[in-house]
Design a protein around this ligand. Structure first.
Ligand code: SD4
Length: 338
């Protein structure tokens, strides 16, 4: 009897050991197929977004699919008031969204001032893949999204509406270009807790393919029709498979003025590391507008074609999330001018 019990016990142990072994080999197989893959994104909400992107990369998936999947996480997050659904509205109470997506070969698509569609990044990808254009805006972007089968929804949540009404009480209806500092930052520090804004995500997959995505509700309480850097290819996002990729967060007007993400990629092309390139692009902004820069935040995030990453910001507080086969929840504080 004892022999039989021992035999059964040994068999069960063997079976569970086999199950563990086969699980381990699945994990190993996944990380083997994901070797060299990496995804990075702006701010701490990037951790959850990266994990969604990683679920694509870990299966050996394409960087473009990974970044689209990843940024849909904050787009759907009702607690996030700066990306997608539940984003803070413009001065007149309309939630209007900007997004762009770009592949390593220069294919790209974007939407700006898009209302009523919860996942603008998906519409941006459709612009890229199903039209001869790069950027659709406003009513036309909405019309295209509806033709593509996206659902028209009210994106203004009661919480965002209440925040907007609170703002109206004291703002005298004046839009502020740097609302992250003055209006919704509890600490008053740009990039501080409660100040998080755009998600820009860059990925390299196991086959060495780069891609990027960027999505935002833009500046809170902006003028109706205002478009930031995020949907402007070369400003809020740029990818060149031969060199690297860059994205930005912060005051979009400053990034557009300097063609920021394009500049970061070009600097990497000239031999700068990702961090050096981000720093130089930040310094370009500061040099042109030294006084204004004391009170505004811009952060760049970059990845080169070898998967090396770097970032730099004007103000302290900017951080970025990193996820690869070694670590899925890394958060790195970026260096800054001040
Ligand atoms: C914009 N860069 O619309 C975006 C949003 C942002 O702090 O990051 N705001 O300008």
């Amino acid at each position: 009897m004892a022999d039989r019990r021992d035999f059964l016990k040994a068999s069960l142990l063997g079976a569970s050991a086999l199950a563990v072994a086969s699980q381990t080999s699945t994990v190993r197989a996944a990380s083997k197929s994901a070797a060299g893959a990496r995804v990075i994104s702006t701010w701490d909400f990037g951790i959850a977004a990266n994990q969604a992107a990683w679920s694509v990369l870990a299966q050996g998936g394409h960087a473009l699919d990974a970044v689209e999947t990843g940024v849909m996480v904050p787009e759907a997050d009702l607690k996030n008031h700066s990306v997608g659904r539940a984003g803070y509205p413009d001065r007149d109470g309309h939630v209007s969204l900007d997004a762009s997506i770009m592949d390593a070969d220069g294919s790209c698509g974007a939407v700006a001032a898009l209302e009523h569609i919860a996942h603008p990044i998906q519409v941006a990808r459709r612009v890229m893949e199903r039209t001869p254009h790069v950027l659709l805006v406003g009513e036309g972007a909405l019309q295209f999204a509806l033709e593509q089968g996206f659902k028209k929804e009210e994106l203004l949540t009661p919480e965002s509406e209440a925040a907007w009404k609170e703002w109206l009480k004291t703002a005298q209806y004046q839009p502020s270009v740097n609302s992250e500092v003055h209006d919704y930052g509890k600490t008053g520090i740009p990039g501080g807790k409660g100040n998080h804004d755009t998600i820009g995500m860059l990925a390299i997959d196991a086959q060495g393919r780069l891609a990027g995505a960027c999505t935002t509700s833009g500046m809170a309480w902006k003028l109706r029709g205002r478009v930031g850097d995020s949907p402007i290819i070369g400003a809020g996002l740029y990818v060149d498979g031969e060199v690297g990729a860059a994205t930005s967060t912060g005051v979009g007007e400053e990034v557009i003025r300097n063609a920021g993400s394009f500049l970061v990629v070009e600097l990497m092309r000239q031999g700068r590391t990702p961090q050096e390139a981000c720093r130089e692009a930040v310094m370009r902004i500061v040099k042109k507008r030294p006084n204004a820069s004391k009170d505004l935040q811009v952060g760049f995030l970059a990845m080169n074609r070898h998967g090396e990453v770097g970032a730099f910001a004007i103000q302290p507080g900017f951080s970025y999330a990193v996820c690869d086969a070694g670590r899925q929840d890394g958060l790195v504080p970026a260096k800054s001018v001040y």
